[in-house]
Design a protein around this ligand. Structure first.
Ligand code: ZN
Ligand code: ZN
Length: 419
């Protein structure tokens, strides 16, 4: 029975997830980050001290007289898993970690019926005695993942300082907004004292005018935060990370402070924030993680949506060599050849179940393989193989005992020509 359209869509979705996961893992390991496996179930009582903890979206259950819930937030799950799994690590050291996880949340549909929504996030975090280079490396890594996937990404960065700096600025901003209260929209007018940072994000034209002239946090940082801010910006400039300094970027939910950043994808006239990061030491301490912490958290579904917007084709595996076969004898031979090439470190692909050569040629092209090796009945008899260049379709018959050497030679030529 052929695969249905719905099933095909599911496979495609999984391929996207796999593509992103692989990219995340590759970048993480190449920068010395280790994987932290997140716990699945959390005791609700452990989250009592977490500010603004959203109980309503939890998928929870009672077990052994305790309320528990299934993981539903990247950063909180990371912090809780970290403090339960990594104990006794000295303050002078740093832990560089990343996670990839599936989460669940309870959502209400339009008729108020509850349903469970599943989503996937990944994140990178550094715990311990890190400095400005860590912040910059994190921004650069997230940027690298997104651009490697083919997305054009802007990074908005701001330095909002320590908890005292934010408290101080909150008062300065609130005092300023109070003098303009009459000209603000009704929502902003209500937030002037309670949450003046939310006013900075208002898109109302009248509010925008007032925000334009508002005092900026960057002019009100304490000496140590100001120095930190300068080192981050200088370092970002020196390693050419394309970023936009956004002095009004403040996390009104109060999770991130110090260096904070958002990743934005532009498509036509729309822009989408697909994740954010910064320092979250205060949040960490409310979950018994008593170290400095920074990092970011990005959502798979948001990234996949943007990849689809851009019509970015997914290529889950790009082999250098595609081995094609025709006929029963050839199928045996190609499996042996596949093993041999793979053991020699060549990235190679084989589809031993496909019987039509034309389909195999089309697949090799779609996978962007560099060369194709074709073995059929005639080649088996003559102890030869055909090498086909994917870019110009030129074919040559090669003796089987010279095949490996010829494949190496051609691959090296291709690398040098392409560079
Ligand atoms: Zn400060
Ligand atoms: Zn407003």
């Amino acid at each position: 029975m052929p695969v249905s359209k719905k099933q095909e869509k599911t496979f495609l979705e999984h391929e996207y997830i796999d593509l992103i996961s692989r990219k995340v893992t590759e970048i993480a390991y190449s920068h010395g980050y280790k994987k932290l496996l997140l716990d699945t179930i959390y005791k609700t009582s452990k989250f009592k001290k977490v500010k603004n903890f959203d109980n309503s979206s939890l998928v929870s259950f009672d077990f052994a007289k305790e309320k528990n819930f299934i993981k539903n937030n990247g950063i909180l799950s990371f912090l809780s898993s970290f403090s339960s799994q990594i104990k006794d690590f000295p303050d002078s050291e740093i832990q560089k970690l990343f996670y990839i996880g599936k989460f669940v949340e309870s959502v209400e549909n339009s008729s108020k019926a509850k349903k469970i929504n599943e989503f996937s996030n990944f994140g990178f975090s550094v715990v311990g005695n890190f400095d400005h280079v860590t912040d910059v490396e994190l921004i650069q890594m997230a940027h690298e993942i997104l651009t490697d996937l083919g997305l054009e990404c802007k990074v908005r960065v701001n330095i909002t300082g320590c908890v005292d700096c934010i408290k101080n600025y909150k008062k300065i901003l609130s005092d300023y907004l109070r003098t303009k209260k009459g000209a603000l929209c009704s929502t902003c007018a209500k937030n002037v004292i309670k949450n003046p940072f939310s006013v900075l994000n208002c898109t109302n034209k009248a509010c925008q005018k007032i925000i334009m002239e508002a005092p900026l946090i960057v002019d009100h940082l304490c000496e140590s935060c100001n120095n930190y801010s300068l080192s981050v910006v200088e370092f970002l400039d020196d390693i050419n990370v394309p970023y936009i300094l956004d002095p009004k970027l403040i996390d009104s939910e109060g999770i991130y402070n110090s260096v904070i950043y958002k990743f934005e994808i532009i498509n036509n006239n729309d822009s989408y924030i697909i994740g954010e990061g910064g320092h979250f030491t205060e949040l960490a301490s409310s979950l018994s993680c008593n170290h400095k912490v920074c990092g970011f958290d990005l959502n798979f579904e948001q990234i996949i949506k943007r990849l689809k917007d851009y019509n970015i084709p997914i290529n889950i595996y790009n082999p250098d060599v595609y081995i094609a076969q025709i006929g029963e004898m050839a199928r045996k031979e190609v499996i042996l050849l596949f093993k041999e090439l793979r053991q020699q470190g060549i990235s190679v692909y084989i589809n031993a179940t496909e019987k039509k050569l034309m389909k195999q040629i089309a697949e090799a092209k779609a996978m962007k393989a560099k060369i194709m090796v074709i073995i059929g009945q005639e080649e088996i008899q003559n102890k030869t193989a055909i090498i086909r260049d994917i870019s110009d379709n030129v074919q040559e018959v090669i003796n089987f005992n010279k095949l490996n050497k010829e494949i190496y030679k051609r691959l090296i030529d291709k690398i040098f020509i392409n560079n």
